[in-house]
Design a binder for this molecule. Sequence first.
Ligand code: C2E
Ligand code: CA
Ligand code: CA
Ligand code: CA
Length: 276
Amino acid sequence: AKKVGRNNFQFFTEDLNRIANDRLNIEAAMRLALEQDGFEVYYQPKVDGQRRIVGVEALARWFHPELGPVGPDRFIPIAEETGLIQPLTVAILRRAFAAARCWNQDRVEPLRVAVNLSPLLFIGQDLVQRLGDLLDEAQLAANCVEVEITETVFLGDKDRAVKVLEELRTLGVQLAMDDFGTGYSSLSYLRHFPLDVVKIDRSLVTDVESEEEVAMIAGAAISLGKRLRKRVVAEGVENQAQFDFLCEQGCDEFQGFLFSRPVPAAAIDRMLEAGG
Ligand code: C2E
Ligand code: CA
Ligand code: CA
Ligand code: CA
């Protein structure tokens, strides 16, 4: 029986302690998992208008023996605060690049693997060098890789961010602006930064069939991307009506539960064998 009132403060500090302990536990568990190669990578297909797989997005997964599955929305922020994001990203890229190498063995058109890079990685000095080393190690061509960044990458030192992005592009990887349509100044970023792809955020895709205004905003975002000659990808496509609308508006690629949830590499193997 929890009394409210005088004891509020006590409950409050108990909550804070619990949260702090949680974070400490997760941090410690993450360190251990990193030592034991305990993080998994799942892949979510990106398809074209004919539903053919043209790429995949690599998404970090963590199945802890006691904590159970821990979502990236939970562990990525902790990794960013504790500096573990760097080794974690290396572990994920290593797996994703090895898988991409297999998938690209005898293909004419490259199957692109997209990886998410935390804005924090752009502050360090060696992102481009490390990425290049990982490509070499996997013997993977750079044009098989797409880097997804969010616009928060530009909140810090803009000039530095632009420089790193240009170096990444020189390396040969493609650059995608993730979660497009959610931020404040996306439009000016489109103008100033070297991007190949814009990914329309799920929040815009979700309501395209039910809300006329959302449909107009999504449509405008897509045609803007097209006119700037970017590849336009829609994420979070869950039903046929959304897919139809986005096709009609000229989206190039589609990703979402309608086509597939994120799945282990072996499931992608099977989809590719099936010719999808
Ligand atoms: P994101 O980059 O926007 O990734 C898309 C998220 O939407 C994924 O969640 C995916 O499972 C989910 N999703 C895909 N299709 C649908 C759909 O049709 N409906 C709905 N409701 N959801 C869909 P997930 O895997 O939980 O990842 C969450 C976020 O965590 C990602 O958002 C990304 O920001 C971050 N993240 C995941 N893996 C990594 C990583 O390796 N590095 C970094 N820095 N961030 C990562
Ligand atoms: Ca992403
Ligand atoms: Ca996204
Ligand atoms: Ca998103």
